[in-house]
Structures are given as C-alpha cells and as structure tokens.
Ligand binder design. Structure first.
Ligand SMILES: *Cc1c(COP(=O)(O)O)cnc(C)c1O
Length: 405
C-alpha cells in the first residue's frame, strides 16, 4: 500500500539529466555548478551572498562561528523546531535557550523574547515554522537594540515572502536577518539530496563562511600571511612564485562542502521552485476550505492575512484538541494511515529532549504554548506531486474520522 507521506521530493527528467551531465563532466566535488547554484540562489532570494554547504545543520554551525558566538553566550531559538536550530549553539560552546511561541503562528513570540532577555544573549535563531516567516521585524528590533546577531532558520521557507508596511520582502533578502539558512533535504521544498545554503549581505561573514566550509584554508596569494612553511617568511611575492602547492590555514574549519552534482540538481530544482510553491498553495487552500467549518480543527493561522499567498507552506499543520474530542492522536494517525494517509507530528519541544534536560536542566512547563502545540499538532501530506485525488483522499479521511466519533 502506497502511503502518502507528509512531504516528499519531486524529481523530473530534467533533474535527472542535470545530475547525469554534471557527473559526466568529471567534477564530483566542488566544480562550476557550486558557484552557479550559489549565484542563482542569491539572485532568487535577493541576497548579496549565498554559500552552498553539505546541509543546513552545517550552515547553522557556520552562522554561529562567523558571528563569533561561543562559550559564555546565550542563543535563543524557538522550541518548535528541528534539533539543529538549537544544537548549532551547543556546537560552539554557547548555551541554547528557548522562548515560547505565538499560539497563532507557532513561531517565536517577540514579546516573550523581550521579556526573557538576558545580558549574555548574543544570538537569536528565528525559525520560520511551516514556511511562515517569524516576526522578523519585531525580533530584529529587540536583538539589535542589544547588539545580538539575528539568524533566520528558513529551512522551511525557501522561496517564501512576507508583507511589511505594504511592501513584499523575500526571505533571505530582507534587512531583518544577518544570516539566513536554508535546507535542501528531500522533505523540504526543493532538494539537493542533502544540502544547505548560508545566505548573507555581510561580505565578511560570507568570506569567513567560505573559508570555514573547507578547512579554513586560503589559496589566494594576496591573502597569504607568509608564515606557512618556514621558507621566505615575510616575502609574499616570493611565496607567489613558490608554486601552486602552497596554501595556508587561517582558521579551524571543516569539510562542509557540497558536491557539484548536488548543486546541478539544486539549480534545476530552483527553476522548478515557483511551480512547487504554487501547487503547495493550492493544496493548502483546498485543505483550508474543506476544514473551515469543522469546529474541532484549527487550520494554520497567519500573523498577517496578506501573507497567505506569499508563504511557502512547507507544512500543513492543523491543531486538534484530542483531549476534548476524547480520542488519542495515535488512534487518529493509525486510522488515517489505514486509508493511505500518512501524518506527522512536528515538533517535540527541543528542550524536552533527554540531552537538553540533562545538559541544561530544562524541564516540562518551560514553554507552555509550545507544549500545547506539540499535544495538538498534526501535519497532513503536503507536496507538489499530490494529485487532486490525493488531496480529496486526505480531506475525506479526516472528515470521516469525525463521523466515527
Ligand atoms: C531540516 C531542518 C534543519 C536541518 O537541515 P539539514 O539540511 O537536514 O541539516 C534545520 N532547521 C529546521 C527548521 C529544519 O526543518
């Protein structure tokens, strides 16, 4: 039986051809497609720089490193996210912390962020849950007033936009985030297999991210410090002549590179992004229409109604008060699955993970709205290759579940 998952990639003949041609070109690691993908992506989201990396977790780690965040610093993120949004702070020895979410958008609540501010808070990782942008204008206002860095985890929001003061702004290209990260994992809106993008308008951040992506190595002669091999110690001109093997390591970096064929796939997926977004918006509209009059379903809420068709809609997460309905979520998930409808629960509040509880002493009750969201949330299948019949099957299965109550 072919279960409809909550998300799935779309790979067409042109995607396959792009990957095949890239592999046949002989480039298997960094080649021309990496730069082409970065350029096309930066242009699409309206940013100055895009640095392609092996996954978004790496992009988040680089965001922490280029911001100089480390031991003794506090980094605040949403509890309603994937582990990596918080783990990146722990990677650099900072303390990941969590502020509660807004009950309508399920995104970080700026009022809570302001109320819980501490002097050691150096960074914010604002997550665009389900594709809807976090309240970046309010969040950056609070953060910048305290000199903290704003990172937007837009792993759910590639291609998304939002309205502010009558204008449209692109996620990745607006002025209220210092760094924005995107994921190209297959469950996300476009895919490279694995892959991520680090996006910024800051020249220094971009250059540092590029260097850290590949071991902190420098190969441009004009940047050499000239101390690298004990020869010609301060004579850069001589080093230039010394030959092409010479390189220097200026920082402790990583191998966070992405392959050329992944970027070839990314480039073609980027060409298809608008069609993905349009289909997602159609499916969301169909679900909203079907569930509008069902009093036990709360359809996804927007901070700004005008964002409805600007949002990228990575997830369709509805809220169900299972307790008052007198059913368990598992029973509903099982009943839907028996009709081929897969569902998912996103997310367990990150601070409730055993590692977070034991490392930082976080306990249940810390963010009550996120905990309630977790109790009530159910994400329905949403991906561009769903047919109208698939959408109808999901709707009928959900509605008929009520009939059995
Ligand atoms: C998927 C995801 C990540 C991690 O992305 P990878 O590319 O899998 O490393 C980070 N944050 C959020 C919100 C995500 O959904």
């Amino acid at each position: 039986m072919n279960i409809l998952p909550y998300g799935r990639q779309s790979i067409d003949a042109a995607d396959l051809q792009a990957v095949t041609e890239s592999i046949q070109s002989g480039w298997l690691t960094t080649g021309p497609k990496v730069g082409e993908f970065e350029e096309a992506f930066a242009q699409r989201v309206g940013a100055k720089h895009a640095v392609a990396v092996c996954n978004a977790t790496a992009a988040l780690h680089l965001a922490m490193l280029v911001s100089g965040i480390g031991s003794g610093d506090r980094v605040v993120t949403s509890p309603n996210t994937f582990l990596a949004s918080a783990n990146c702070a722990a990677f650099v020895g900072a303390t990941p912390d969590f502020c509660d979410i807004d009950p309508v958008t399920y995104n970080l609540d700026p009022a809570k962020l302001a109320a819980d501010w501490t002097p050691d808070t150096r960074g914010i990782v604002a997550v665009d849950y389900g594709g809807q942008t976090a309240d970046m204008v309010a969040i950056s206002k609070i953060a910048r007033q305290h000199g903290a860095i704003v990172i937007e985890d837009a792993c759910h929001a590639v291609g998304g936009e939002f309205e502010h003061d009558g204008q449209h702004y692109k996620i990745g290209g607006h002025p209220w985030a210092d760094i924005t990260t995107f994921s190209f994992h297959p469950v996300k809106t476009m895919t490279c297999g694995e892959g991520g993008m680090f996006v910024t308008d800051n020249d220094e951040f971009a250059e540092k991210a590029r260097r850290l992506r590949s071991h902190g190595m420098v190969r441009q002669p004009e940047m050499f410090l000239g101390l690298g091999d004990g020869v010609n110690e301060s004579d850069n001109a001589a080093l230039n002549e010394q030959g092409p093997w010479y390189y220097e390591m200026h920082d402790l970096g990583f191998n966070y590179r992405i392959t050329d064929f992944q970027c070839a796939l990314g480039l073609n997926q980027l060409r298809r992004l608008d069609s993905f977004l349009n289909r997602r918006r159609e499916i969301v509209a169909a679900y909203n229409d079907a569930f509008a009059s069902i009093n036990w379903i709360q359809t996804p809420g927007l901070r700004n109604e005008r964002d409805r068709d600007l949002t990228s809609w990575h997830l369709y997460t509805m809220m169900v008060d299972f307790k008052s309905l007198g059913v368990t979520r598992s029973s509903m998930m099982k009943s839907l699955r028996a009709r081929r409808v897969g569902t998912q629960v996103l997310y367990i509040p990150v601070y409730l993970q055993p590692w977070y509880q034991s490392s930082y002493g976080y306990r249940a009750g810390k963010c009550p709205i996120a905990e309630q969201q977790y109790q009530q949330s159910l994400s329905l299948p949403l991906f561009p290759e769903m047919s109208d019949a698939d959408v109808g099957l999901v709707v009928d299965s959900v509605l008929q579940f009520t009939d059995t109550l």
